[in-house]
Design a protein around this ligand. Sequence first.
Ligand code: UDP
Ligand code: MG
Length: 320
Amino acid sequence: MLIMPSLLTIVLPCYNEQGVLKQSIPIIWKQVDNLIKNQNVSPDSRLLLVDDGSADDTWVEIQTLSNQYPNTIKALKLTRNFGHQNAVFAGMTFARDRLNTDVCISMDCDLQDDPKIISQMVAEYQAGYEVVYGVRSSRNKDTTAKRSFAQWYYRILSGLKIDIIPDHADYRLLGKKALNALTQFNENNLFLRGIVPLLGYPSTKVYYEREERIAGYSKYDISRMIRLAINGICSFSSAPLVFILWLGMIISLFSVFMGIWALGVKLFGNGSIPGWASIVVPMYFLGGIQLFTMGVIGIYVGKIFEEAKHRPKYLIEQEL
Ligand code: UDP
Ligand code: MG
């Protein structure tokens, strides 16, 4: 009996990447082409480029490349910038529904995710793993700030019992079953690396060295990074709300003791009036804590607000 090799789709989100694609697409395609030649994957395997509302000539570049390399590229153009996670989700949904995909790999288009491990990932899939994580073997290419931010972040996540793979971003392989399961997750606040471990399919890791970006600039500035980080915590754990409850209880208990102390001073003190510091300091302190806790609750209310609207995660303007 002839077994058809699996159809591989590589999803590549692109946002303002006109200077990158010329260089990266042939290199990534070469890996897929090798797999096709060795009959490891189907000859209908493709790269799926998702233009996430780029403001530069990314779409023009995609069209040029598609003419230059026939039968390699499929592409989607989103109507505007929906963000990296949504662009990846758009690509995966399209891969599942329209391209008959058996195996889907998502990766960045700037060659920071080393394409040389694609074949290893596919081999792991063929060995029976539905999910294969691309994991960075070291973080020595990061700035010290980014590295320690990441370290602390993983510490907090593991403290909150949120299951995510350290040093894995969005370079991963999903088999058809995992892809089907993932695209059923209907939340607007997408944090894919938090959802994938929830699927529960057998998974493994492949390690790679993360390179510098070949051209262009990183779209993850500090504010986007923090937003993604908060999303990662607050979309997967309500522990911060419980933390507020504990904080409130501890402060209430403390204030009971403060009350007893104040009463003691009044009744048995030698007439000295407790200074203004003991009033003003707790005032600022409690004011700060109240604003902080309201902010935390606000994040969750905001998320409920966003999810309640059920807005589409992305809109497609054009297909290629
Ligand atoms: N990206 C995207 N939409 C965005 C931001 C980024 O599709 O709003 C893509 C980007 O083109 C790249 C990948 O997501 O392929 C990762 O982004 P980037 O390289 O800027 O992040 P970094 O690697 O610096 O964390
Ligand atoms: Mg990058």
